[in-house]
Design a protein around this ligand. Sequence first.
Ligand SMILES: [Ca+2]
Length: 188
Amino acid sequence: MVCKPLILLLSVTMMLSAGGAAFAYSNVALNQPVTHSGTFGSTIDKFPTVDDGTFLAEGTHWQSGTVWWVNSLSPTLTIALGMDYVVDKFRVQADNNDTYALYAYDGGLLVHTANFSTYGGGGMRTRPDYNLVTPITIDSLVFKATGGDNSYSVSEIQAWGDPIPLPASVLLLASGLAGLGCWRRIRG
Ligand SMILES: [Ca+2]
């Protein structure tokens, strides 16, 4: 007879495997809560659009359907991911003639700063992908302007990766506990 703890462990393992498949490599910032600090010119309903997965048409006017602000580098947008993710790519669409930074945090500690340069054309422009050679574990993102013409704007912020894999030690501990449960049951 197979004892219950083993059946439970198998079920959990199968659920985790299924979850892993469901959460394949993707934009982990998609539709996560966006909070802001500082004074913005755009209406409050625009904040959720910075991680809704939608890019505006390249060259869109900087105040059209965007989150924008003027005369200060202080305003920030924060995206809380809700859990740890391992990411290796950032993608940003912002006003072409400014520089911006995307700060990646884990547990309140700054893990990486991705800088985005000015870009050709006019209006809103998707910057080249910012690729990380070594993937990093993060749980939140902060976006801000770092320089430009005092008129700043962003329309999309993305971070690409996977949920953090369950450490092998946790699986080992789980199987150990399940084994102990079986041993007690058989012994009793
Ligand atoms: Ca968007």
